[in-house]
Design a binder for this molecule. Structure first.
Ligand SMILES: NC(=O)c1ccc[n+]([C@@H]2O[C@H](COP(=O)([O-])OP(=O)(O)OC[C@H]3O[C@@H](n4cnc5c(N)ncnc54)[C@H](OP(=O)(O)O)[C@@H]3O)[C@@H](O)[C@H]2O)c1
Length: 336
């Protein structure tokens, strides 16, 4: 086994779009364990949009990522050495070791996972934080009834793909919004959504509205918002009375552009419930959500797709791609 490993720290904060020089690749010695600790070799790193917010200094729902420290991030890997009574060499674990090849834990913040029916990487996607996000926003906020229409933006992505599939399992009409024909074809043909609108094919907000209208002949009862901006304006205008909007993300504005809402009066006119949420604030529901999502993935009822970058050094480029929609499904980095 090597005596050193690689890690990526935040070197500087972006002004506008993220650039490679915001990150620094470092080599560090693999630490010696003390009693009660485990050493984990991370196999996959999850890249997620929330990391963009953490790179800013400004106040948010979570503290900023400190400069010169390992970038935050979810990981899955294998215990390679254990001096902890509850973990053995060879155990597969999910944790938050960040952008690095190894991690040390005293047992807190890591959970053993069963890879007999569910691939290890899925614990960072449909059976991990993104899946629970989809489950929470759909079931707890939109609370769809059979026969209703549910729309989700960033529909081919880690969260959106699960939202639409869960909506279908609940007996709803599921409509995605995604960037490009290939993503839309996947959403309908592979994931089983009823329709998908390619927002990149719309020339302006009016055309986007018409496309959404065509895909939602009975209007929209539930909207799972991942994007913001023009997409939100267009869906808002299609909402039925007493519709519910789960505000999960606003990725179109993460690089700093303000995203004004064109017509907030529609919230009143359509008597909408609009609720933002942060999935990590609802840990009490994770076991139930993960059990349902795990069963769905193991049985093949919930399908997913991954974009996998190779090697830790590729993480900054892959992350910048995620913020531009270059990923197709869950963005991961393979570390081994
Ligand atoms: N509230 C929470 O607790 C929570 C937890 C997890 C995730 N989230 C949010 O959920 C959303 C989806 O996250 P994810 O992990 O599933 O990511 P993802 O959908 O796998 O990837 C991001 C996708 O967003 C779309 N996108 C990127 N830039 C865009 C832009 N400028 N305008 C419009 N669309 C853009 C792209 O899809 P297209 O090519 O289709 O545009 C891209 O593939 C994000 O907003 C994220 O912040 C929130």
């Amino acid at each position: 086994m090597s005596t050193t490993f690689q890690r990526i720290v935040l070197a500087s904060r972006p002004t506008g779009a993220v650039s490679p020089d915001n990150f620094r690749l470092e080599t560090a010695p693999i630490p010696e364990l003390t009693d009660g600790q485990v050493l984990v070799r991370n196999h996959y790193l999850s890249l997620d949009p929330y990391m963009r917010g953490r790179m800013n200094e400004s106040k948010s729902y979570a503290a900023p990522q400190p400069l010169d420290e390992v970038m935050v991030g979810g990981t899955v890997g294998e215990v390679v050495e254990s001096r902890h009574p509850k973990f053995a060499k060879g155990d597969s674990v999910v944790g938050m070791f960040g952008w690095q090849e190894y991690g040390v834990s005293d047992g807190t913040g890591i959970q053993k996972v069963d890879t007999s029916k569910i691939p290890l990487s899925a614990y960072l996607g449909p059976v991990g934080m993104p899946g629970v996000t989809a489950w929470y926003g759909l079931n707890q906020i939109i609370a769809p009834k059979a026969g209703e229409t549910v729309v989700v933006s960033a529909a081919s992505g880690a969260v959106g793909s699960v939202v639409g599939q869960l909506a279908k399992l609940a007996g709803c009409r599921a409509v995605g919004i995604a960037g490009g024909k290939e993503k839309c074809d996947y959403v309908v043909q592979e994931l089983g959504f009823d329709a998908c609108v390619d927002y990149k094919a719309a020339e302006d907000g009016k055309a986007l509205y018409s496309m959404i209208k065509e895909a939602t002949p009975d209007g929209v009862d539930g909207y799972f918002e991942n994007v913001g901006g023009e997409v939100l304006d267009a869906v808002l205008a299609r909402m039925n009375a007493f519709g519910r909007i789960a505000v999960c993300g606003m990725i179109a504005g993460y690089d700093g552009q303000p995203l004004p809402l064109k017509n907030p009066a529609l919230i009143l006119i359509s008597r909408l419930k609009v609720e933002g949420f942060i999935v990590s604030e609802h840990m009490e529901l994770w076991p139930q959500a993960l059990a349902e999502l795990g069963a769905g993935v193991a049985s093949g009822k919930i399908k997913y797709r991954e974009t996998i970058a190779q090697g830790l050094a590729s993480a900054p480029e892959a992350f910048m791609g995620l913020l531009k929609g270059k990923n197709f499904g869950k963005q991961l980095v393979k570390l081994i």
